[in-house]
Design a protein around this ligand. Sequence first.
Ligand code: BGP
Length: 487
Amino acid sequence: MKLSKDFLWGGATADFQFEGGCFEGGKGLGTHDLETNGSVQNPRAITYKMPDGTIKRARSSFFNPENIEEGGQPCLVEGQYYPSHKSVDHYHHVEEDIALLAEMGHNVYRFSIAWTRIFPTGEEECPNEEGLKFYDRIMGELKKHNMEPLITIHHDNLPVYLAEKYNGWASRHTIDCFIKYCKVLFERYGKDCKYWLTFNEINAVKGYAACGTYTCEGQTHYNAAHNMFVASAKAVILGHEMMPGSMFGAMYASSAHYPATCKPEDIWAHMNRRRQTYFFIDVMARGYYPSYTESLYQQRGVKKIFSEPEDEQILKEGTLDFISFSYYRSNTVSKDTPIGTVGGDPNPYLESTPWGWPVDPLGLRYVLNEYYDRYQKPLFIVENGLGAVDELVDGTVNDDYRINYLKDHLKAMIEAIVIDKVPCLGYTMWAPIDLVSLSTGEMKKRYGFIYVDMDDYGNGTLKRYKKKSFDWFKKVIETQGEILFED
Ligand code: BGP
C-alpha cells in the first residue's frame, strides 16, 4: 500500500517553541514569552506582579490553567528561565534547519508566524518590516527546496499588550487587530502560500498564554471562542478574496475518545465529551452553531455570548476548506470524568509514553474516518509524534521507539486513505527538530528526527544531530509509505 505523489509529507513547529530570538528584530512580547519552564511535577506558570510588588505565579498548564488574580500584572522575573526567549534558536538556524528537512524529502513545512514580530503590540498602524524579513527568509528557503509552506497564523501567543489592555480574545477589538495582521500576511506571502491555518488547537486553548485572557472559566472561555470563530471566518473570507485558490483550515486537538464502559451513562458522557471538540469544528466547518450549543453552555456555566448581528453571516461565509488536527493519543470517558477535561482517563488496553500519553495508532484511523464522515471535507494531519527522552551517543540517537510509534501511526493513516477512502492532504510530524515542550516547558521531552544539543535550562551548543529516525523517515517518503508495510 502506498500514497500518491501529491501527498504532502513534512514537519510542524510553532514560533515560541522553536524560534528564540525573542528580543531581536523588533519583536514585541507574546503571552507565551511570560511562561516559565516547568515539568510534570512542577507545572510551568505565568509570572505576575501584584500592586504591592509581590510576585505570584499562575499555573499555565495547557490542560488546566489558572486565573491571574485581579490587579495582577504579568511580568518577567529576574533569575527565572523563560524557554521561549531562546528556544532552540531557529531564528539563527533557518537555512540549516530547512536544508535538513529538505534532505529528508519533506515537501511541506508547517510553521507559525509570531504575531508580535509583525505587530509588536498588535495595535501599530504599520507592520514591523524586520519581522516580515525574518519570515521572508523562511519562505525563500522553502521555495529554494521546493517545499510547500503551511502557515499557522495564530499558534496561541498573542501580543501581551492586547492581553493587558483588552483581556485578549475576550474582546472584539482583538478581532480587528487580527484581521489587520492577516491582511499583511496575505499581501506578503499570499503568492507563495496556498495552505493556511487560522488557529491552532482552538478547541483546547484557554487562559492567559493561549488566549490572553486573565480568567479561564466557561463564560470568558466561550466568549473568547466566539470572537476567535468570527476572526477565523473573517480571515477565510479575506484570504479567499486576496488569494484565489488558497485553502484554509483551523487546527483541532483530536485525541480519540472511547466510552469507558457500555453503561448508558458512560456512553452519554462520551458523547458529550466528543461534542466538546465537535462544537468548534461544527461552527467553523458548517458555519453555524450546532443544536446542542445551549446544553453545552449550560454544563459549562456560560450565561451569554456577546455577539453582533453580522456574526451569523460572517460565520456562514467564512467556512473552512479542510479540517486539520493534531493526534497524539486516545482516552476513555466515563460519567465521572470531569466536564471540560481536555484529555480523559487512561485506557487499560494501551501503553503510555513516558509523559503518560496513551499510544493508540488505530485511534488515528478512527478519527480520520469520524471527521470525514461528519464533515465531508478533506483532512490534514498537522501534528503527530512521540515525546521521549533521547540519549545522544556518538553523535546520534538510536530512537527505535520513535520509529515504531510513527510507523504504526503512518500505517493507520495510509489504511484510512487507501482502504477507507478518506481524503487526506498531508501529514506534518510534530516536531521534526527538537524544540521546547508546550505543556511542560521542557527540552528533554524530545520529538525530533533531529536532536538539538540544549537542556531544560537553555544550556548547550545548539548543534543539530541526525537521529536514526532521520534516514528512516526519508525512506518512508521516498517510497510513499510502501516501506512501512514491508515486514
Ligand atoms: C500540541 C501543540 C504543540 C505541541 C504538541 C506537543 O498541543 O499544538 O504546540 O507542543 O501539542 O505537546 P507537548 O509539547 O506538550 O509535548
